[in-house]
Structures are given as structure tokens and as C-alpha cells.
Design a protein around this ligand. Structure first.
Ligand code: PA5
Length: 337
């Protein structure tokens, strides 16, 4: 089976943090006569990006449940930033650097006077941030944005450490252990793929693993070309669960959680209810000695499940023609300015 960039994830993670400017906190950017001082304190962090780049915000959101991040993290996946922001740090992530929503958000951030940092392989995002003297971290390339996840995530973690939002430096290597463990668990990933082939997976996750659930859904959409649904508990236990009583065919139920998750017993209890309606429960337990290790194990392992599914169904995993088509049309019509 072709594992694409997964065996390279450890080196993508390590290489990506080499390009972080040492003078990050002493940058000053002047726009329209107004100076943005990167040394000043921030009161929140906005992580903006779409798809395989935007999921970095969701993953950091998960990690904050375990680490207790010092500032609120706001995940923004849109053309505009939230209206009510006071003194945020903005991290704009676009693998290609050409995603219109992310470029528009980064422009807006700088125009509103917020310190803004780009993470990208290049493109228009790198160009305009460089022109303004705003920091931009150029990361190594992969086969497609989502396969470069560690190169998008690791610089964001280091930036957050530099801004005093979290202490992560000592955990970075453990995340790499999680990625390596996932690649060694390939047979297990193929086993899960066999149980969900030709179904619409319902992905049940704890609140603190929302990012893993979203990433799995996105990988199913893009690598396998499958529809999938994410149900985050406890909220999903107050609506989605009622559907297990129905006669709708062709769903599978995948339960993802870490043993140490605050909501683990809740999810196990919900699983029992699902099984009591004759449904098969497929469980994926996220193991690891640190939150980052279990998180990276989860996203890598479930990514491999989607590649195994793609192989089983004869699907080419890398190409996402409808996304490219839409991006072309949005550009031609100047929908996002
Ligand atoms: O994984 C993918 O290919 C997509 O989800 C892209 O990440 C998404 O379209 C955004 O593009 P980019 O990451 O280049 O900003």
C-alpha cells in the first residue's frame, strides 16, 4: 500500500520548525501609519485556515483541553475574522498560500492592527506578508496540503510557546513517537477500513478529540471520497443518537477517544446504547504517554485507515478536483476580495 507522506511525518515536523524567525517577538510592522508590535501581550489567538490547513486550529483546540492553554483559541474557517476581537495574535495557515479565504483573513487581521504570522509553502500569502515585513514561516512540501499536517502544526505550536500561550517544547518529540506508532499499526488500520468500507461512517468523538474527528471526516472526504458525519459528545448524545433507532441502512459507527479523556466513560456509556440497537461499534482508542502523542497517533492512524479504504475501493487518494474547480471559479469571479 502506498503510504504517501506518512512515513515522512517525523521529518516534516522537525524540518518545519527550523524556519521560525528568531526575531518573531521583536518584529514591528507598519500599515497605513499604524505600527503593530509583535512584542506586546495578546489576549487570545485566532487560527485561521481552511481544510487540511484549518484543521491545525481544531487539533490545538483539542490539546488545550489537556494543557490548559493560557489564552482562548478561536478557530476561524472563513472569509472574515470574528467581529469582536480585542488583542489577538492571528496565525494564518495555508499550505499552498493561495487559498482566498485565508489570504482575505490575514489581510483583514493586519488591517485591524493584529500581529499576524503566516505558515505556508509560499504562494500569495507568503508574498504579501513578506512585502509588509510580517513574519511568514516557509514549510517543506508534501503530496497535498493534508499530507503535510505536521509541517503546518509544529510551527504553530512553537509560535504559541513563544507568545506564552502554552508550554509544549518538551512534548514535541512525543508527538513524533505517536506518528511513528501509527505507521507501525498499518495492519490494524486496514482492519478498521474493512469494517467501514461501503458505509457512511458516523464518527463519535469526545469534546476533547473534536479535532481528531474532524480530521478523520476530512480525510474520508478527500482521500476516500466518502461522506461521513462527526458527532461530538455530549451534544451528539442529545440528538444524533436518536437516529440509531431508525431504519436507515448503510451507516457504520466509529468511536474515538483516549482512555484518559475526561468524557471517556460518557462515550463508553453511549456506545452501549448504540450497541443495544443492534449496531456494531468500531472503537479506536488513542494511546500515548502525552496529549500530543495520542493526538498525533490518532490523526495519523485514522489517515492511514482512509488510505487503506481508498485502496480497497480503487480510489485515487491525492486528487480533489471539485475543490480545485471551485477555487478556480471563486478566483475568476473574484468572489472573495
Ligand atoms: O487537504 C486539502 O487538500 C484541502 O483541504 C486544502 O487544505 C484546502 O483546500 C485549503 O488549501 P490550503 O491548505 O492550500 O490553504
Amino acid at each position: 500500500m502506498n503510504l504517501l507522506d506518512y512515513p515522512r511525518w517525523p521529518s516534516l515536523a522537525r524540518e518545519s520548525i527550523l524556519n521560525i524567525p528568531v526575531d518573531l517577538r521583536s518584529r514591528r510592522v507598519t500599515i497605513q501609519g499604524r505600527t503593530i508590535d509583535y512584542g506586546e501581550d495578546v489576549d487570545s489567538v485566532v487560527i485561521t485556515g481552511m481544510g487540511g490547513s484549518g484543521v491545525v486550529g481544531d487539533i490545538i483546540g483539542d490539546l488545550c483541553w489537556f494543557w490548559g492553554c493560557g489564552k482562548p483559541i478561536i478557530v476561524s474557517k472563513g472569509m472574515r475574522l470574528p467581529r469582536a476581537l480585542s488583542k489577538p495574535l492571528v496565525i494564518a495557515i495555508s499550505y499552498s498560500g493561495n487559498t482566498a479565504e485565508t489570504i482575505a483573513s490575514a489581510r483583514e487581521a493586519l488591517n485591524r492592527g493584529f500581529p499576524t504570522i503566516g505558515i505556508t509553502t509560499g504562494g500569495k500569502l507568503a508574498q504579501f506578508l513578506n512585502e509588509l515585513g510580517a513574519p511568514v514561516i516557509i514549510i517543506p512540501k508534501a503530496s497535498a496540503p493534508r499530507y503535510g499536517l505536521p509541517a503546518l502544526l509544529y510551527p504553530a505550536l512553537v509560535i504559541l510557546e513563544r507568545f506564552g500561550v502554552m508550554n509544549v517544547a518538551s512534548e514535541l518529540e512525543s508527538g513524533i513517537v505517536g506518528m511513528e506508532k501509527a505507521v507501525k499499526s498499518l495492519e490494524e488500520a486496514q482492519g478498521i477500513a474493512r469494517r467501514i468500507v461501503n458505509t457512511v461512517p458516523v464518527i463519535w468523538v469526545t469534546e476533547s478529540r473534536r479535532g481528531v474527528g474532524i480530521r478523520f471526516k476530512n480525510d474520508l472526504n478527500e482521500n476516500t471520497k466518502y461522506y461521513a458525519i462527526v458527532s461530538v459528545i455530549p451534544e451528539g448524545a442529545h440528538n444524533d443518537i436518536a437516529a440509531v433507532m431508525g431504519k436507515q441502512q448503510g451507516l457504520s459507527h466509529v468511536f474515538i477517544y483516549g482512555e484518559g479523556d475526561y468524557e471517556a466513560r460518557y462515550l463508553e456509556t453511549l456506545m452501549e446504547v448504540v450497541k443495544s440497537y443492534g449496531k456494531e461499534a468500531i472503537t479506536v482508542k488513542l494511546s500515548g504517554g502525552t496529549p500530543l502523542e495520542s493526538e498525533m497517533f490518532g490523526v495519523a492512524f485514522l489517515g492511514l485507515v482512509t488510505l487503506a479504504l481508498a485502496e480497497m475501493t480503487g480510489t485515487e487518494p491525492v486528487g480533489t478536483e471539485p475543490i480545485d474547480k471551485l477555487k478556480r471559479l471563486l478566483d475568476e469571479r473574484k468572489v472573495i476580495t
